[in-house]
Ligand binder design. Structure first.
Ligand code: AMP
Ligand code: ZN
Length: 483
């Protein structure tokens, strides 16, 4: 059995080596983490939010393991094109033109919406939100330092020659011909994988966001911002760089190439590169181009507490694909309700007779081992449930154990109230009191074993657009049909 007093070393999966490695901080006692953040031309979808739940879980685990955490998340308000491989337009320029708004207004609106989502999901504030447009002078300096040896100019701007660094694409494990077969959207590039460092504004055009540079007026390439801001805020090298698994293919290999060029070394810039797998949704409701795409506010409007989505994410390992559907979210909400109710009863309980003090310590040891095993949140959740359900144990110690586990999982079990989880669906037109009264009658009918009456009342509710959720631990068991 794991000894709670001998913490397990933290092992994390490094995408660079495709293996589990023990976390060894660059600066003793510290953990410096950089997470690629949102491009603020639109709302984030819930898949994007999975990336931040993952980064937050990593950060919380590092804090739990005693490291002083410095976390940076960037806000991309310039440079990200509609295609990661340098094709298309700047996402923000395009949104601004389509909506006849200023880029700054668009960026502010979606940054604030993103922060609201972060808060709703219980994601801790990072030490720094780094905004790309605040760092353009540093990006130009960085580009100047690598231009002669690693870049070449075309009419459309300054490009990075990916053959000038050792082992380009080692993170993505690109085969030599794989890179070559990439569709090449820019005329004159020496190699298909080469990418823009500076995008010159075409003659006769004016962009809303452009700066002067030695390569003409224009805007930085997307990859540049993360190399520059991570080094500025976390030093070189720092500990862990995170992002969704799509970034393992283009964005992060390009950051690494820039870092190698700038440091005149083979150092990738971060000791570990970690990537969360995707949240997938079969009907296409997660595509930002579909009208009412899946975002946190849509879940809330549907009557689901946002922490149910956090729990749903934690139920899967971050490296596994996770499928979203409403039934799964409903099940996660039910599980969260059970946890919250059980945790509340712990707080109410007077100290019970202590039978065996070791059990909680053992459980905490197992919890530590699970989180130290590349953030095994599915197991950690079952251990939290075991702690919550433990009988004949000192109430103070039990509460402390739940608190310690929840500090890592971030479900706010000891502060959420049952009432908080009774989120009323925005679309429900039916009067909640009438629903409650019908449900009460139905409960009476069931208690009297009058199942015909109970079924009739259920049909009545269904006809009114309300789905009855038998077995819901809160007993306030309805939601509109179809969610
Ligand atoms: P973006 O706003 O498109 O730059 O993406 C923000 C973050 O979300 C990045 O780390 C992406 O890799 C990640 N991401 C994008 N789509 C998904 C998805 N379906 N599931 C999980 N993470 C995603
Ligand atoms: Zn990035």
């Amino acid at each position: 059995m794991t000894d709670a007093h001998a913490p397990t070393p933290l092992k994390l999966f490094n995408s660079l080596t495709r293996s589990l490695e023990e976390f060894q901080p660059v600066h003793p006692g510290e953990a410096r983490v950089y997470s690629c953040g949102p491009t603020v031309y639109n709302y984030s979808h819930i898949g994007n939010m999975r990336a931040y739940v993952f980064a937050d879980t990593l950060g919380r685990t590092l804090s739990y393991k005693g490291y002083r955490l410095t976390h940076v998340i960037n806000i991309t308000d310039v440079g990200h094109l509609t295609d990661d491989a340098d094709a298309g337009e700047d996402k923000l320029e395009k949104a601004a033109a389509e909506r006849a708004q200023s880029i700054w207004d668009i960026a502010r609106h979606y940054t604030e919406a993103y922060w609201a989502d972060i808060k709703a999901l219980g994601i801790r504030q990072p030490a720094h939100w780094s905004i790309a447009t605040d760092y353009v002078p540093q990006m130009i300096e960085f580009a100047k330092a690598i231009a002669d040896e690693h870049c070449y100019e075309l009419e459309s701007g300054l490009y990075f020659d990916t053959t000038t660094v050792t082992d380009y694409g080692r993170l993505a494990r690109h085969g030599t011909d794989e890179g070559e077969s990439r569709i090449d959207p820019v005329d004159g590039k020496r190699h298909p994988a080469d990418f823009a460092i500076w995008r010159r504004t075409p003659p006769g055009e004016k962009r809303q966001m452009e700066w002067d540079s030695p390569w003409g007026r224009g805007a930085p390439g997307w990859h540049l911002e993360c190399s520059v801001m991570s080094e500025a805020l976390l030093g070189f090298p720092f500990d862990i760089h995170t992002g969704g698994i799509d970034h393992r293919e283009i964005h992060h290999p390009n950051e690494i190439a820039q870092n190698q060029a700038h440091s005149c070394s083979t150092d990738s810039g971060a000791r570990m590169w970690m990537h969360n797998n995707f949240l997938v949704e079969r009907s296409g409701k997660m595509s930002k181009s579909s009208g009412n795409f899946l975002r946190v506010q849509l879940l809330i409007d549907g009557g689901y507490h946002p922490l149910a989505y956090r729990l749903m994410c934690l139920q899967a390992h971050y490296r596994s694909e996770l499928e979203f559907n409403w039934d799964g979210l409903g099940a996660a909400l039910t599980r969260l309700k059970r946890l919250v109710m059980a945790a509340a009863s712990v707080c109410d309980a007077a100290s019970a007779a202590v039978v065996d003090d070791r059990r909680l310590a053992d459980l905490l040891g197992k919890f530590d081992a699970a989180m130290s095993d590349d953030l095994n949140t599915p197991i950690a959740l079952t251990l939290l449930e075991e702690a919550v359900a433990m009988k004949k144990v000192d109430a103070g110690q039990k509460r402390a154990a739940i608190e310690a586990m929840d500090a890592v999982l971030g479900l706010q079990l000891l502060t959420l109230s049952r009432q908080d989880l009774r989120v009323r669906p925005k679309a429900a037109t039916i009067d909640a009191d009438a629903i409650e009264a019908t449900l009460a009658r139905r409960r009476d009918a069931r208690a009297a074993k009058d199942f015909a009456a109970s079924d009739a009342l259920r049909d009545e509710l269904i006809a009114a657009g309300v789905e009855v959720m038998d077995g819901d631990p809160l007993g306030w068991d309805w939601r509109p049909e179809g969610n």
